[in-house]
Ligand binder design. Structure first.
Ligand SMILES: C[S@@+](CC[C@H](N)C(=O)[O-])C[C@H]1O[C@@H](n2cnc3c(N)ncnc32)[C@H](O)[C@@H]1O
Length: 262
């Protein structure tokens, strides 16, 4: 079984995990005849007759993936902090320029007269206010969280572990092509008291799902491919839906910052 996580880099493991809201969830009752699998911070229920894939031997693989994602999040946070410092400098220079222009317009200078001048001043004031807001918003490099895709999820165990053990995950899509696997994922999300808007069950062909997620807002920070055999079938789709780092170019900046600098 191949396993590729689309992570930009792998460094040392850093943080320890915590539950979705910091407290132990109330445990749900296990239906008669079902097996409970406990791994990391996840508990999933499993009925062998459903024939949904589960491999106990892969626990170390799942542990390692969690540590890789945590390390990658640290890299993203560092990038974001550095980017914020640069962005703040740019915004402050822009603000100084706007202030100067505004003061010249107010003095009369070469500005057009009458309504046109008043409109120009109002436009400058608006841009200045936006710059001030953007400086405030980008001052501390607030981390927005990451979006993860587990494209071949089976019982949902891996996604549930990711969600429970990596608080920086904003959303995770747990997908499988088999309807029985999809039902298992949805059931286990509920069994673990996870928010179904954060941990989302999906029933689609992984390649089709990825090809249909190419819009920038639909892309993922981390894509987990854990197929039977080699992952090559899914690689071309996966590379198209992996977000680049936050500061890769201007188009990956938050819209508000783009607006102020344009
Ligand atoms: C090795 S298992 C995944 C195990 C899981 N990631 C884990 O850690 O427990 C592979 C899964 O891929 C699913 N699968 C196979 N082809 C698929 C496709 N084209 N799209 C989505 N899922 C697929 C299978 O139904 C199976 O549940």
């Amino acid at each position: 079984m191949g396993k590729v996580s689309a992570l930009a880099c792998i460094v040392a493991a850093i943080m320890s995990g915590s539950g979705e809201n910091g407290s132990a969830p109330a445990q749900k009752e296990v239906p008669d005849g079902w097996t409970v699998i406990e791994e990391g911070m996840a508990r999933v229920i499993y009925d062998e007759s459903e024939k949904v894939f589960y491999n106990k031997v892969q626990v170390m693989n799942r542990d390692t993936s969690i540590q890789c994602i945590k390390a990658y999040i640290e890299v993203l946070k560092e990038e974001r902090r550095n980017n914020s410092v640069k962005m703040k400098g740019k915004l402050q220079r822009r603000r100084a320029h706007l202030l100067k222009e505004l003061s010249e317009r107010r003095k009369g200078g070469d500005a057009p007269a009458g309504t046109e001048a008043a409109d120009e001043i109002a436009a400058f004031e608006k841009r200045l206010a936006k710059c001030d807001a953007d400086i405030g918003e980008n001052a501390d490099g607030n981390f927005p969280g990451i979006r993860v895709l587990e494209a071949l999820s089976a019982t949902g165990l891996r996604s549930i572990r990711y969600a429970q053990e990596i608080p920086e995950i904003k959303t995770i899509l747990a997908n499988d092509i088999l309807p029985k696997a999809y039902q298992s994922i949805a059931r286990n999300i509920e069994f673990n008291n996870l928010d179904p808007k954060r941990v989302i069950a999906s029933n689609a062909d992984a390649a089709a799902l990825m090809f249909n997620s190419r819009k920038p807002e639909d892309q993922f920070d981390v894509i987990d491919l854990d197929p039977y055999g080699a992952p090559t079938l899914f690689l071309d789709a996966a590379v198209q839906v992996r977000k680049t780092s936050f500061h890769a170019n201007k188009h990956h900046l938050p819209g508000n910052v783009q607006g102020c600098l344009s």
